[in-house]
Design a protein around this ligand. Structure first.
Ligand code: SAH
Ligand code: SF4
Length: 410
């Protein structure tokens, strides 16, 4: 890693400028990799010999201790803390709203700067507590360029990609709100052991298509899994894609996290309608990419998500097709009961149909958990983000909840 920097060098300048928000505000240190942080230190005249040491200290404060205020960084002199806070930002995103569901699911509406002229943007982040673990569902974009016909996010145009810092900011704020960081004020404040964490898993399954924001998602996930910082195991991070084939191999090779594919149909004609990116990357290309996913094995299976749409993709013929299609691929199947939103043209399959579908694929050797719809009362379930109030009939919900096994991530 180069530690000697010439700040008159246009390359160095432009690297830092790239990190400067378009509205001219202070760049965030959250989301910079170590090399960028070294450049950041150089830009405020930290002597060359100290830069890497300072970066390690700041990394620890940000990601192990979870501080969002330079004044708490005790092993950094007041003078340097002053210079850091003049030049850089480490504050959390603004919480516009926090909602807690009857089942413990939490949803935060977070605000970020517009990224240029215009209004600030908002994204949602959802926390799903489960027996022995807790999963954070993180957004990668504001809106989405794709238009999957059953997804509410798909009706919202892409506003912009989130930066690496904004993607990580969602994890940091959730850990802070849930008490996953040690108390920075006590010198002996114990570091929360990884087994006891509230956020044990993360899934890139919020708003947006993560593989259309590859570089930022990659940088955020590499920081989230860094052993000297947030230390989340890559086996506990799942990235879900609608099928951006050219970036699937890169995800395994360059990020190394678990992969989930939003499959939803087993024939090209139907998938073209439900997940229109299929017209560009049809099923055969998508499944080839899965077969060649770096690191795929029976111990590291790919999750195939399948939303259950009444009368559309939920017949036993479809179940047979699914088993056929996935032959030879180490796979898990996640059945997602469709979550309705106002104006959607689909209905969720009947419970009996979901059960028969699940039994068929189970009998053919696939673990096929049905994903419990969580947080429906606060509209935090898959595909409902940003939609208005809509409730399942209570009898349906009770029936589903009694029988479902949750299936997010590892
Ligand atoms: N854009 C990425 C990740 C976000 S969506 C992707 O498509 O994979 C997370 C999952 O929720 C996807 O499998 C998506 O297809 C599914 N989903 C979207 N809308 C839904 C809805 N209304 N009900 C149930 N699942 C939905
Ligand atoms: Fe975008 Fe995923 Fe929704 Fe499709 S399912 S519109 S890719 S967020």
């Amino acid at each position: 890693m180069p530690v000697s920097l010439d700040l008159t060098d246009p390359q160095t300048r432009s690297n830092l400028d790239k990190l400067r928000p378009a509205d001219g505000s202070r760049p965030s240190l959250v989301g910079m990799d170590r090399a960028q942080m070294v450049e950041a230190m150089a830009s405020i005249d930290v002597p060359e010999k100290q830069r890497r040491m300072r970066v390690s200290q700041i990394w620890h404060w940000l990601y192990v201790r979870g501080v969002s205020d330079f004044s708490l960084m005790r092993n950094i002199s007041a003078d340097l803390r002053g210079r850091l806070s003049e030049a850089f930002d480490i504050s959390r995103p603004k919480i516009v709203e926090e909602q807690i569901s009857d089942d413990g699911t939490r949803k935060w509406l977070l605000q970020f700067p517009s990224g240029g002229a215009g209004k600030p943007v908002e994204v949602e982040t959802v926390y799903i507590p489960e027996e022995g673990r807790g999963t954070l569902c993180i957004s990668s974009q504001v809106g989405c360029t794709l238009t999957c016909s059953f997804c509410h996010t798909g009706t919202q145009k892409l506003v912009r990609n989130l930066t690496a810092g904004e993607i990580l900011g969602q994890l940091l704020i959730a850990r802070e709100r849930l008490g996953d960081f040690p108390n920075a004020d006590t010198p002996q404040g114990a570091i929360v052991p990884s087994e006891g964490r509230k956020v044990s898993n993360i899934v890139m399954m919020g708003m947006g298509e993560p593989l259309y924001n590859f570089d930022h998602v990659k940088q955020a996930l590499l920081i989230a899994s860094d052993g000297d910082g947030l230390s989340l195991s890559k086996r506990r991070i799942t990235l879900s894609t609608s099928g951006v084939v050219p970036n699937i191999y890169r995800t395994g090779e360059e990020i190394g996290v678990m992969l989930a594919i939003s499959l939803h149909a087993v024939r090209d004609d139907l998938r073209d309608e439900l997940v229109p990116i299929n017209k560009k990357y049809p099923l055969s290309d998508l499944l080839d990419a899965c077969r060649n996913y770096p690191g795929v094995s029976n111990a590291k299976r790919i999750t195939f998500e399948y939303v259950m749409l009444k009368g559309v993709n939920d017949s036993l013929e479809d179940a047979k097709g699914l088993v056929q299609l996935l032959k030879g691929i180490p796979a898990k199947i996640n059945l997602i009961p469709f979550n309705p939103w106002p104006g959607s043209n689909f209905e969720c399959s009947d419970w009996k149909q979901i059960k028969e579908f699940a039994e068929f694929i189970n009998a053919n050797g696939y673990a096929s958990p049905i994903r419990t719809p969580r947080g429906r009362d606060i509209l935090a379930a898959c595909g409902q983000l940003k939609s208005e109030s809509e409730r399942l009939k209570k009898s349906d919900r009770l029936a589903l909840e009694a029988m479902m096994i949750a299936g997010h991530g590892e």
